[in-house]
Design a protein around this ligand. Structure first.
Ligand SMILES: [Zn+2]
Ligand SMILES: [Zn+2]
Length: 363
């Protein structure tokens, strides 16, 4: 059967390879050897291209086991592959580009999702290991005694997943032309009188800002505010895309188009140029913006995969997402408060107070 998925095997012992993050190399689980990304990419070129080619013609037919009617309308977003190591079925989302086999745990890549016109330009590799991410998350939870135990349980924290999230990176120039009304007043004494003079100014500022690689996540599954909060990424470590950075992590291809994401990037750049111009209007007592003209000159757009550690926790029918920048360790997430634990506190404080009051009344 033509396979659409591939994996990277150790050239020494055929064990599974994973991208090692800090080492910047692919490491073998079994014999401890490690190899450069370029070497493994070259070694697997034919296999990867073949898998990508097989992918092109495949449409979901509903005939695969695990597919079909039981999926209902979701069926069209499900893809089923076979693990190249143990041939177990891998049931994936239609955006999945890299995953691990749930049976043999071997990393698997779906080259067709990231080839040809879908090929990312860049990738920022994971630099924060899973151990470091787990340690940092534990530190984050420490001292938050009101946190429900579902969040801080060791086996739950170990569930943290490294995901390469698709992003669009926008380039261009933001131009602004803004008019303000401002006032400045001063007081002086004339005999018995105190005279206040108020000067009114018409101010105009115009300028432009060049922006480079303004990131907007291109995945409908990722909440925008979480993705914005874990910025910035350090672009000095951005690499030309290679599939050999993926083994050992999950990866998604984009499902929000460049056009649909563009507005968020442009609004952000317009706000930046507007506030930069405003910051040059200084030395007045009041400043009011009375008119503006903001314009974006569009430049190139790149497609990149960014490293994010993610952990979702279901608590009282609500999903909580924790996200961490896989390059810098910056965190974002919301946490609930356990009411049971809070009431526990009131009870703990309440009892001694009641005891004290009883004691006072008894005297
Ligand atoms: Zn090996
Ligand atoms: Zn497997």
């Amino acid at each position: 059967m033509a396979t659409e998925v591939t994996n990277y095997k150790c050239p020494n012992c055929t064990g599974p390879l994973r991208f090692g993050g800090i080492s910047d190399r692919l490491e073998c689980d079994f014999c401890g050897s490690s190899f450069t990304v370029e070497y493994i990419e070259e070694l697997n070129k034919d296999k990867t291209e073949q898998a990508a080619e097989n992918f092109q013609g495949t449409e979901f037919t509903g005939e695969w086991s695990g597919g079909g009617e039981e999926w209902g309308e979701d069926g069209e977003h499900i893809r089923v592959y076979h693990c190249p190591s143990c041939s177990a079925e891998l049931i994936c989302d239609d955006t999945t580009a890299a995953t691990s086999c749930p049976y043999c745990n071997n990393p698997t890549v779906v080259p067709g999702q990231l080839s040809g016109a879908l090929k990312p330009d860049y990738v920022i590799p994971f630099r924060f290991t899973k151990e470091a991410a787990v340690a940092q998350l534990k530190e984050h939870y420490k001292g938050r005694w009101f946190l429900p135990k579902e969040f801080s349980a060791q086996n739950h924290i170990e569930d943290i997943k490294g995901v390469y999230v698709p992003f669009w990176l926008y380039n261009g120039v933001a131009e602004g032309d803004v008019a303000y009304l401002a006032t400045r007043s001063h007081t002086h004494r004339e005999g018995d009188y105190e005279v206040t003079t108020t000067e009114h100014y018409n101010i105009r500022r115009s300028g432009s800002l060049e922006f480079k690689n303004v990131p907007v996540d291109a995945s409908s599954k990722m909440p925008d505010d979480h993705m914005d909060s874990i910025e910035p990424f350090d672009y000095s470590d951005m690499k030309d895309f290679s599939m050999a950075y993926l083994p050992g992590f999950l990866a998604d291809k984009y499902d929000v188009s460049e056009e649909a994401s563009r507005e968020r990037a442009e609004t952000r750049c317009e706000n930046t140029v507007e506030s930069a111009l405003r910051n040059t209007v200084i030395g007045y007592e009041s400043v009011m913006e009375i008119g503006k003209n903001l314009n974006i000159r569009r430049g190139s757009v790149s497609y990149a995969l960014m490293p994010v550690w993610m952990l979702t926790t279901k608590y009282k029918d609500k999903n909580y997402l924790f996200a961490m920048n896989g390059q810098t360790g910056k965190m974002a997430g919301d946490l609930p408060t356990s009411m049971a634990k809070l009431w526990g506190l009131f009870a703990a404080i309440g009892v001694p107070i009641a005891a004290l009051l009883t004691f006072l009344f008894l005297r």
